[in-house]
Design a protein around this ligand. Structure first.
Ligand code: NAD
Ligand code: MG
Length: 384
């Protein structure tokens, strides 16, 4: 029998982290966890370390003395700690399940070492897509998508001849406000926006799904993962989240991937690729009626999706600006500092006030990211 694949899980305590651990529990003979990180939640990280006897752990800050990690395990800290975990010599795979642009540096660090990177974090490609994909190519690293739509595309493309891909259609549930009249959007509360109809996820992506900024981020993510121009990337509303993406080939035929709305399917596919093995959860039940309806998105109701599309079309640093402003706006909305409609206002303002640049320098990208966050925070203060 072959050796288990050794992997590092960055963002182990989050929603993607938990689903990855469910895949690991199902396949302990195929996977071995050698490193984990979390920002806070030292207690939860320690539990994971004990359950899977993980030799390397990393937290943003050193933990309180009452938190104990397995004997002999090595404790790393801070950004440097995460980056060295991402480059851990004994790891074959690095799962990036950190939320936000904070995923960029560890992703870069993993691709520089030629790792297979199972990428759940989409913001890294939105902020530094060209840099990450170029660095991956130069170092023989593979980016294996774990975002459900992108993993669906990845699956549909297996075994297809080169140059046969025409376009990609990402599905979107439309979130909790798909059918809400636009006049009521101004009163949406964080509690309502956190109540996603199909998926159970971290807070930031749940709000992104409610505004549909998530699908904007995913269009940009797809641009880098599959190297297609903006006009070849589409979004379609599919409320039940059973079809995750559709790939159209040059002959006009379309392939789609279907599974229930749980991240274990995409994560297992990415982690075990190219192998298939029994899944964590049951597959779709076709003995019951299934809704496979598709309809176009409403850009007037979801300006964040339109802004994401615009940023994709502009290219350069526009996606970075879109992302940084969105991260600040979502955080402010969750803290009740701004209303739901102001999220798109803040992104729009940031895109209008920052001139677009072409750069592949990590220092310039990080500098601009910090600058846009500062401007967007100031805008939050003005409008709060
Ligand atoms: P989450 O908030 O549940 O978990 C985030 C994890 O990252 C936690 O372990 C946290 O400790 C860590 N973290 C947070 N900020 C950090 C920082 N600044 N530095 C280092 N670590 C940090 O988030 P999630 O829902 O699991 O999403 C993770 C990523 O995966 C996001 O980019 C999201 O867009 C993407 N994604 C999530 C889902 C989902 O179902 N949750 C689906 C598709 C894609
Ligand atoms: Mg997705």
């Amino acid at each position: 029998m072959s050796q288990p694949k050794k992997f590092v899980l960055l963002g182990a305590t989050g929603s993607i982290g938990e689903n990855t651990l469910r895949v690991l529990r199902k396949h302990p003979d195929k996977l071995e966890l050698v490193g984990i990180s979390a920002r806070q939640q030292a207690g939860k990280l320690a539990e994971i370390a004990h359950e899977f006897s993980v030799p390397y752990v990393c937290l943003e800050q050193p933990p309180e003395p009452d938190v104990s990690f397995p004997e002999g395990s090595e404790l790393l800290c801070g950004k440097e700690g995460i980056e060295s975990l991402a480059a851990l010599p004994e790891a074959d795979i690095v799962v990036v399940a950190i939320v936000g642009a904070a995923g960029l540096l560890p992703t870069l660090s993993a691709v520089k070492e030629g790792k297979d990177v199972v990428l759940a974090n989409k913001e890294a490609l939105v902020v530094g897509g060209e840099l990450v994909t170029q660095t991956a190519n130069q170092n023989g690293a593979r980016l294996i998508p774990a975002d459900s739509e992108h993993n669906a595309v990845f699956q549909c493309l297996q075994g297809q001849p080169e140059n046969s891909l025409d376009s990609i259609i990402l599905t979107a549930s439309g979130g909790p406000f798909r059918d809400m009249p636009i006049g009521s959007f101004k009163d949406i509360t964080p509690e309502q926006a956190l109540n996603h109809p199909n998926w159970s996820m971290g807070k930031k992506i749940t709000i992104d799904s409610a505004t549909m900024a998530n699908k904007g981020l995913e269009l940009i993510e797809a641009r880098w993962l599959f190297d297609l121009p903006p006009e070849k990337l589409e979004v379609v509303i599919h409320p039940p989240s059973l079809v995750h993406a559709i790939v159209r080939f040059i002959d006009g035929c379309c392939l789609a991937q279907l599974s229930p709305p749980s991240m274990t399917f995409a994560l297992q596919n990415a982690l075990l690729h190219p192998e298939r093995a029994p899944g964590v959860e049951s597959s779709l039940d076709f003995s019951k009626a299934l809704d496979l309806s598709f309809s176009p998105p409403c850009y007037d109701k979801f300006p964040c999706l339109r802004l994401g599309r615009d940023a994709l079309a502009q290219g350069g640093t526009a996606p970075l600006v879109f992302n940084a402003a969105n991260e600040i706006a979502v955080e402010a909305f969750l803290r009740n500092r701004i209303g739901f409609l102001q999220i798109s206002d803040i992104i729009d303002h940031s895109l209008n006030t920052n001139s677009n640049k072409q750069t592949n320098s990590i220092d310039e990208l990080l500098e601009l990211d910090a600058e846009v966050r500062q401007q967007a925070s100031a805008r939050v203060e003005q409008s709060a």
